[in-house]
Design a protein around this ligand. Structure first.
Ligand code: ADP
Ligand code: MG
Length: 677
């Protein structure tokens, strides 16, 4: 226990740590946390020594602390290091074998946390031949046994007589979205937390989805085959020295004074909206409304939180693109995930298997159930592009409802009850069930998503692949151009600056509605609602619902943010209304009547069809009422009655199907119907 740095270590402890150490003695903590900055300030050489040979250095520091007196020896404090120098901050994907045994500092999101388990740190064995006791320090996954007795020299039988335990917890850390270059999938690393790092004080930070900075020593452990043999390849983990929760935000994005000035100058440009649009996937021709909407989505509305009412209103805008195959949906999503700050691209199937929301998995090593955060909580405060959202699994379908509206993901299963934060905007794409989209059918019946979920998107756009000589010419030339020179169509705003612009606006701008904007939005809403409030209420289509009103407000706020404006103006309100009408005009219009009907989005049944269903239902009820109770009615009789009202057999069949599906009627005998209940 002698090193060239003994004097320096001892001096550092006596000059810089005594006050802290005395305080620790009074509270009997288990560790002392040393800020690396203090060490470097005290002596850069000492700093170097610790960086070069951290294990030796930590032992030396511990030794000299214990030398301070018996009370310290008794406590045997763990030494923890925080704030390592910049040169030791690495990305998870950069970890290599050269880092083994070295100090590093990484930042990432907790993907999963296995529960705390006692782990044997030292085991005492007794030789069965001579009774001699042998202590072995345990550092590996499998228990290390003595080979021969150090006393009698015999090979063979040893009995465990005692164990010392240390609390350990394994967590898996994922790279956060801001560390990914456009489109990269995040890498992971295991972190081992020991001793007081798993105390309740830290436990609050160790929740999947949370962001943490960890300093520690890179450890390697050979992979163990089921036979017990060790493989040549090793798994890497970080033996954590210190863990700190990091507030999530856009702080990582460093915006210089000059950049801030440039951003403010750009915000005054009258053409700023066009410039942003022309920065959205310039290789893709057309789709101006969609690109405008995505621009507003990047900025988002204002999140409103009322602590008193314990309620929040999301500010994030969700957009769904539905369309024929090959209309550049995937291209659009990938592009946007590359330019938005904190964005990720995933497919509904969940490429890594973790899913979109959260999953409970069984941890093989500890035989316990653990919560694994999915893509949404791991993109908290960012933008998640979900391609082929219609292919997601059942659990995600359920949890996504809550994720989109309340922006939390709750899990309650196998003894795990947890709520993860997911303030994520979602840009999703879905393919129609039948290969092509039919404009005469409601959206909800054509994609494999429940209407309740579709309904949570603020804007839904349909992308059709219909031959049109003019547009085809433009698309062809755009594709040919970009094949000839992929950089031909440059975005109007350089991506690096665009990211910073958006991050700056999200951080600094919370526009409020001006009274003029309020009255414009109010008029728009009430006028559309009026279409509905005439006599025959049940049969009239509902043109718009309060959900769309909220969406318009969010979009108007986002539009103000693009200009870094403190107020939402009439122009912002109109821009939001235009986009909403563009979407409703496509998705919400009943093509057979030309009327706006939000039920086409919400329930999947247009009101013209609902009218038929209601009429067929009333035919069935009146026929049944005319009969003795418990009677049935033949379907042929309904065809006849319906024909008198000009309803075709086809429509009757469809209506019967719907009524059956919704549980109103059933078919006890082939060709006969009965009302339920
Ligand atoms: P989807 O996901 O909708 O099935 P993709 O994103 O895979 O379609 O697009 C298929 C290809 O067609 C892409 O290479 C894309 O560049 C091209 N493409 C389709 N529509 C356009 C367009 N409007 N402008 C430029 N390229 C387009
Ligand atoms: Mg696709």
């Amino acid at each position: 226990m002698k090193s060239d740095f003994d004097d320096q270590v001892s001096a550092f402890i006596n000059k810089r740590l005594l006050t802290q150490l005395k305080a620790i003695l009074a509270t009997s903590k288990a560790s002392i946390v040393i800020d690396f900055k203090d060490i470097d300030e005290f002596s850069p050489e000492l700093g170097d020594f610790i960086i070069k040979t951290p294990l030796d250095a930590m032992d030396t520091i511990k030794y000299f602390i214990n030398e301070l007196g018996p009370a310290y020896k008794e406590l045997n404090l763990e030494v923890r290091l925080k704030n390592l120098p910049k040169t030791r901050h690495i990305k998870i994907r950069e970890i290599r074998s050269k880092h083994i045994g070295k100090l590093v500092q990484v930042t990432g999101l907790i993907k999963l946390a296995v529960s705390v388990k006692p782990t044997a740190s030292k085991i005492s064995f007794e030789c069965q031949s001579c009774g001699h006791a042998i202590d072995i320090v345990q550092t590996e996954r499998v228990i290390k046994q003595p080979v021969i007795c150090t006393n009698c020299g015999k090979k063979g039988r040893f009995k465990i007589i005692s164990k010392e335990f240390i609390d350990t917890q394994r967590i898996n850390l994922e790279e956060s979205p801001e560390d990914l270059e456009g489109g990269e999938q995040p890498e992971h690393v295991n972190i081992i937390l020991k001793g007081d790092l798993v105390d309740p004080k830290f436990e609050r930070s160790i929740i999947p989805g949370n962001k943490v900075t960890i300093s520690g020593i890179i450890n390697e452990e050979p992979v163990v085959y089921p036979s017990g043999k060790k493989a040549r390849i090793s798994e890497i983990s970080i033996d954590a020295s210190y863990l700190e929760a990091v507030e999530q935000g856009f702080e990582e994005m460093i915006i210089t004074k000059e950049e801030e000035l440039a951003i403010k100058e750009m915000a005054k440009d009258k053409l700023i909206y066009t410039k942003f649009r022309e920065s959205m996937a310039p290789n893709i021709y057309g789709y101006d409304y969609i690109k405008d909407s995505i621009v507003l989505q990047l900025f988002g509305g204002v999140r409103k939180v009322s602590a008193e009412a314990n309620s929040t209103k999301r500010g994030d805008v969700h957009i769904l693109l539905v369309g024929d195959p090959g209309v550049a949906k995937s291209d659009m999503l990938k592009y946007v995930s590359g330019i938005a700050p904190k964005a990720r691209y995933v497919t509904g199937m969940g490429s890594s298997g973790a899913g979109l929301t959260a999953t409970i998995i069984k941890d093989d090593a500890s035989k316990s159930y653990i919560l694994e955060a999915g893509a949404m909580p791991l993109t908290n405060l960012g933008l998640l592009c979900i391609d082929e959202i219609d292919k997601m699994n059942k659990d995600d379908r359920v949890a996504l409802h809550e994720g989109l509206e309340q922006q939390t993901i709750s899990i309650s299963k196998a003894n795990i009850h947890s709520t993860l934060s997911a303030q994520t905007s979602v840009l999703a794409a879905a393919n129609p069930k039948l290969s092509r989209f039919n404009m005469f059918e409601p959206v909800a019946t054509q994609i494999d998503l429940p209407p309740t979920l579709i309904n949570r998107f603020d804007l839904i756009f349909i992308l059709k692949d219909r031959p049109n000589p003019e547009i085809d010419k433009m698309i062809a030339s755009r594709i040919l151009e970009s094949n000839k020179d992929i950089n031909k169509n440059k975005p109007a705003i350089e991506t690096k600056l665009l990211k910073k612009y958006v991050a700056y606006a999200k951080q600094n701008c919370k526009p409020i509605l001006s009274s003029d904007a309020i009255s414009v939005i109010n008029d728009f809403y009430l006028k559309l609602r009026q279409q509905h409030s005439t006599e025959n209420e049940e049969l009239k289509p509902i043109p718009i619902s309060p959900r769309q009103l909220n969406a318009v407000i969010r979009l108007a706020e986002a539009s103000a943010k693009v200009r870094l404006s403190e107020y939402v103006t009439v122009e912002d309100a109109k821009r939001a209304i235009d986009l909403t009408m563009a979407y409703l005009g496509e998705v919400g219009v009943d093509k057979s009547t030309g009327e706006l009907d939000i039920d086409r989005v919400i329930s999947g049944i247009p009101s013209s069809k609902r009218n038929v269903i209601l009429r067929v239902k009333s035919i069935i009820t009146s026929e049944l009422n005319a009969m003795p109770s418990g009677g049935m009615i033949s379907i042929n009789k309904i065809y006849e009655d319906a024909l008198n009202e000009n309803i075709t057999e086809d429509s009757v069949n469809q209506a019967i199907d719907t009524l059956k599906r919704e549980g109103d009627i059933f078919e006890p005998r082939q060709g006969f119907l009965k009302l339920v209940g």
